[in-house]
Design a protein around this ligand. Structure first.
Ligand code: G3I
Length: 379
């Protein structure tokens, strides 16, 4: 039996231990087991994207939530090329370094997102305007090398997993996107291959990831096919790609998404093919778009949680998948609040994350805990 005296003795004893050996203080009496601990027991990690601005890193309550729940973070925007090098040659790492130092201090691992992001609108403006000299291909190769070297050398071994290439497949037709960095190559796959080889050269320790937002529904069939084709082509070339990042912006995006379980069957087939090719998997940006769920909050949250659980059950049945990251912990800071391409028709704020705007856990948080608890332990 634990008496007040033995409890006090234990606490005083613990205070004398070196920091690394001290038991972690309970977050609050009766608080649920942190997601990072549930994940750790399964040989997995749970984490989130976090931005450096005032509503996330700058908000002590939000930061404390991430420290409690997460074993892994990724910077929402701070490691993107646009953020690191907004003008040619003007490197700025301060925001990313701040996040990394805080993560280190709290024993939280950090992923890198991203080295290349293929839609032209996400390249730095100066890259799009660059002339590249007489030999354009050589100029592009030089710029790609400088960029990968700058990021990978700066962060070094602190970043053990990089989204090397983000969203290279056009969901409209499944073809590879073109941009000023791909055009000088015979086919875009050559530029993608080079991106991974450069990442291997400058971050040989890191997991190298192709990251994209294909889903299981009919509207995403061409996207899935394009990603499979790309992964097969890269395999054939011997490109050093370790894993496919499943962005996992799930939920209702378009009218073709009414098939529920049928879509999950397609999704399982897709993951079977990817892992059959020898690629690892990770969930990099999970959230649930609730645009077609009822306005009633209890019903809406239940629907989001159910969709999340069904999706995670399929994904986590693949032992190659060890990391689950959400794209933000609380509804208020979600990118979906301001993204106008798939809003709610009633204009209500979206509820796509595991916590609400008051940082109270929602059913989605329980769904994640339950799914990880039910997943087979990783070796
Ligand atoms: O920081 C500026 C601020 O100074 C300015 O006042 C404000 C005015 O618009 O813009 C701020 O920058 C915005 C930034 O988010 C920070 O809020 C950018 O305009 C905006 O484009 C940027 O959006 C991000 C988007 O990627 C583009 O980089 C979202 O936060 C981020 O959630 C989103 O994340 C992407 C992943 O990287 C890839 N997968 C899809 C995912 C969601 O779109």
């Amino acid at each position: 039996m634990t008496t007040r005296r033995t409890m006090l003795g234990a606490l005083v004893g613990a205070a004398l231990l070196p920091t690394a050996l001290r038991p972690l203080p309970a977050f609050a009496a009766g608080a649920p087991e942190p997601l990072k601990d549930i994940a750790r027991r399964k040989g997995m990690r749970f984490g989130t994207a976090i931005g450096s601005g005032p509503t996330e890193f700058g908000n002590p309550a939000y930061r404390a939530l991430v420290e409690r729940e997460c074993g892994l973070i990724v910077a929402t925007n701070e490691m993107k090329w646009q953020a690191i090098e907004p003008s040619k040659g003007q490197l700025q790492f301060k925001a990313a370094d701040t996040l990394l130092a805080w993560a280190n201090e709290h024993g939280i691992a950090m992923r890198g997102h991203n080295l290349f992001w293929q839609p032209e609108k996400w390249l730095p403006h100066w890259v799009v305007q660059e002339k590249f000299g007489a030999n354009v291909r050589q100029g592009v190769e030089r710029l790609m090398r400088e960029h990968v070297r700058a990021e990978c050398e700066h962060f070094g071994k602190a970043i053990a997993s990089w989204d090397v290439m983000n969203e290279a497949v056009d969901p409209a037709d499944g073809k590879l996107r073109q941009n000023p960095l791909t055009r000088p190559f015979g086919t875009p796959v050559e530029q993608i291959d080079l991106a991974f080889r450069l990442a291997k050269e400058y971050a040989p320790h890191a997991q190298l990831v192709y990251n994209d937002y294909m889903r299981g529904d009919e509207g995403s069939a061409k996207h899935r096919a394009g990603v499979l084709q790309l992964l097969a082509d890269l395999k054939k070339r011997g490109t050093p790609v370790d894993a496919l990042g499943l962005q996992s912006h799930i939920g209702s995006w378009d009218e073709s998404q009414d098939r529920g379980k049928a879509d999950l069957l397609e999704w399982r087939k897709f993951l079977d093919e990817v892992s059959g090719m020898g690629y690892d998997l990770l969930i990099t940006e999970l959230d649930v778009n609730d645009r077609r769920l009822p306005a009633d909050i209890a019903k809406r949250d239940a629907g989001v949680a159910a969709a999340c659980r069904d999706y995670l059950d399929v994904c986590l049945s693949f032992p190659r998948l060890r990391d689950v990251l959400v794209w933000g912990m609380s509804d208020d800071i979600s990118w979906l609040q301001t993204w106008d391409e798939a809003p709610r028709k009633d204009g209500l704020p979206m509820r796509p994350c595991p916590y609400d705007a008051k940082l109270q856990a929602k059913p989605m948080r329980q769904a994640i805990a339950d799914a990880i608890n039910a997943a087979p332990a990783r070796a």
